[in-house]
Design a protein around this ligand. Structure first.
Ligand code: GDP
Length: 193
């Protein structure tokens, strides 16, 4: 998609605050620091629209980015940070569960994993969690510019093997540094919105 207009996000912690235009939504999830803000900024051709490196422990909200009055990209706060309290983790669980289980304009989920490492237990749990709702899912392996090309197949098999990706879901390699995979991520989003 050629993106020129992105309007400032709307933040929500509960369903009463979700936008109500009826635009399709694609949610993005991943551990803190995995490169989620960088992916969003790459998709919308901005340098720092989505805040990078969200601080663990601060108020966690769903951020809705309105893209061309056609679509919302929904930035779901990073999971799996050790520093947040049990109470914060529970609140996060409730917020994301409410969103995933009730949002009928939610058309797809993008789960980001760090291409340099085997997916963490948190990544695997998050994928299993999302799979339960039968929402089409794209796994994006980030930071591929840090890995030699001749190792890319190894990354692909590592992610496939540990996440046991369903046949109906997809895997895409990505780099915010080189923009590798940007068009493919957009194609996936456009095919699902
Ligand atoms: P978030 O916490 O998931 O939103 O992660 P950020 O987008 O803030 O990225 C975390 C760190 O990883 C930052 O220092 C980014 O510059 C870096 N980063 C993100 N994506 C890439 C990438 O594709 N390649 C490289 N080399 N670094 C990246």
């Amino acid at each position: 998609m050629q993106v020129n207009n992105v309007s400032m996000n709307l933040s929500a912690v509960s369903s009463k605050q979700y936008p109500d235009e009826g635009y399709p939504e694609i949610a993005l999830l991943g551990r803190s620091n995995v490169g989620k803000s960088s992916l969003i900024n790459t998709l919308i051709n901005r340098k720092s629209f989505a805040r990078t490196s969200s601080t663990p422990g601060k108020t966690q909200t769903l951020n809705f980015y309105n893209i061309e009055e056609q679509l919302y990209l929904v930035d779901v706060p990073g999971y799996g940070f050790a520093k947040v309290s049990k109470k914060q983790r529970e609140e996060f669980g409730t917020m994301i569960e409410e969103y995933l289980s009730t949002r009928n304009v939610l058309k797809g989920v993008v789960i980001l994993v760090d291409g340099r490492h085997a997916p963490s237990d948190d990544d695997i749990s998050m994928y299993q969690y999302v799979s339960y709702y039968h929402i089409p899912t794209l796994i994006v392996a980030t930071k591929m510019d840090k890995i030699k090309r001749n190792q890319w197949n190894k990354s692909i098999s590592q992610v496939n093997k540990s996440m046991q990706i369903n046949q109906t879901d997809d895997l895409q390699l990505f780099s915010a540094e080189t923009k590798y995979g940007k068009d493919e991520v957009w194609s996936w989003i456009e095919a699902h919105m």
